[in-house]
Design a protein around this ligand. Structure first.
Ligand code: AR6
Length: 392
């Protein structure tokens, strides 16, 4: 399943972060495709500008990318502290801007707004984790626990998500380390029971049990200049690795999260200066703590079924990366399977496009010595090998 995890807490050392990370771990362990957004770290802008309000209004790239993700998510996990009976402003702003008409709900035709809107979200279930410094009973009796209604009825109920579960951990400020540890175990259990292992577990995301994602079972394929490798791209000793980013270029989950984690915080600092990147284009930064000298950040298409130019955007992303790498003098490049994770592009089709574009470029340009197609699962590797075989 594709599951979005949205966190609103400013302190990277907060218990909210620990909750979100425990949720992500449990989801990934069960084979789900997780898209994790730490809204403060991304610098999400919560202010809804007037022109964005109407349906079809001017939506900026970062918000559009959130909209695409949440519309396609099959499960949603929200993590935030209880502040004045409300979410932090950054998360309220995320709701204002992302849960848009046409994305999360809509009014039926001919309805001037007086009727009941129809929910549009694909997700059938959502999980809310809150932290609080008010004991549960007092929250309910003195304040009416406004977050219960807010998430279950006002937001998710209206957007068509029927199964909404919520767990508040309190009182955090006086809790012991043991208590917090047991709460994190509980987070894993709750997440695991709502989102058990995917039937296709191991096909995407993490490798299936028993497989070692780090084993470098590299194989020479067709021309010696293109190789299919099973492994972790952050470990590749090449001139440039490609990152499957989102239009903000400010980090995310999947390979993007792994690259930022391995490269260290200076990568994010440089990314902040780039001003984002539209789908199909590419931007370059240093590699910092990575073995690779450079990182080429690109944004693949979000899969909508194949009729919205997804193939061409993916092809363009590969072309943009390889020509930018070439321009900067890279001789060896490693690519992940762009768009085949959180963005949902079918891996077999993506592999054909990747191989086609890379081979076309290499046939015309001799400067690039080696391209590694780095797969994170046996299934992806099989698709790449097949694609290389077909084009030989
Ligand atoms: N090394 C190699 N491949 C990996 C690694 C790794 N360390 N980790 C994951 N993959 P995804 P997308 C594979 O979701 O579909 C991010 O949140 C993974 O198995 O990383 O382009 C961004 O910020 C899959 O086959 O990228 C965007 O919001 C492939 O990398 C969004 O996800 C791509 O999966 C982009 O989605």
């Amino acid at each position: 399943m594709r599951i979005s995890v949205i966190l609103g807490h400013p302190d990277p050392g907060s218990f909210n972060h620990a909750i979100a990370e425990a949720a992500v771990d449990a989801l990934e362990k069960n084979g789900h495709l997780v898209s994790y957004h730490d809204l403060y770290r991304e610098g999400f802008d919560p202010i809804l500008p007037g022109p964005e309000i109407p349906r079809g209004g001017a939506v900026d790239l970062a918000v559009q990318s959130h909209c695409d993700e949440i519309a396609g998510a099959e499960g949603i996990v929200i993590v935030h502290p209880n502040w004045w009976g409300q979410p932090p402003a950054i998360l309220k702003g995320w709701v204002d801007r992302v849960m848009r008409p046409g994305v999360a709900y809509e009014f039926l035709e001919g309805d001037g707004g007086e009727g009941v809107p129809v929910g549009l979200l694909k997700a059938r279930s959502a999980l809310i984790f809150n932290t609080s410094n008010t004991p549960e009973r007092r929250e309910r009796e003195a304040f009416g626990d406004p977050l219960e209604d807010l998430w279950k009825r006002c937001v998710f109920g209206l957007c068509g998500v029927s199964d909404v579960r919520r767990r508040t951990f309190s009182v955090v400020v006086t809790s012991t380390p043991e208590e917090r540890r047991s709460w994190l175990v509980e987070v894993g259990d709750i997440v695991g029971s709502l989102y058990p292992p995917d039937v296709e577990g191991g096909a995407f995301g993490r490798p299936a049990p028993g497989q070692d994602p780090r084993s470098r079972g590299s194989e020479d394929i067709a021309s010696v200049r293109i190789r299919v490798v099973l492994g972790d791209i952050t470990e590749m000793e090449v001139d440039a690795i490609v990152n499957a980013a989102n239009p903000t270029l400010l980090g995310g989950g999947g390979v993007d999260g792994a690259i930022h984690k391995a490269a260290g915080p200076r990568l994010l600092e440089e990314c902040r200066t780039l001003g984002g990147c539209p789908p199909g284009e590419a931007r370059i930064t240093g590699g910092y703590d990575l073995p690779a000298k450079m990182v080429i950040h690109t944004v693949g298409p979000v899969w909508h079924g194949g009729r919205q130019g997804e193939d061409e955007i993916l092809a363009k992303a590969y072309r943009s990366c390889i020509s930018l790498a070439d321009e900067r003098g890279a001789k060896t490049i490693a690519f992940p399977a762009i768009s085949t994770g959180a963005y949902g592009f079918p891996v077999e089709r993506a592999a054909r496009i990747a191989v086609g574009e890379i081979r076309d470029f290499m046939e015309k340009n001799g400067a690039i010595e080696k391209v590694m197609l780095v797969c994170f699962s046996e299934r992806a590797k099989g698709c790449y090998l097949k694609a290389l075989d077909q084009r030989r």
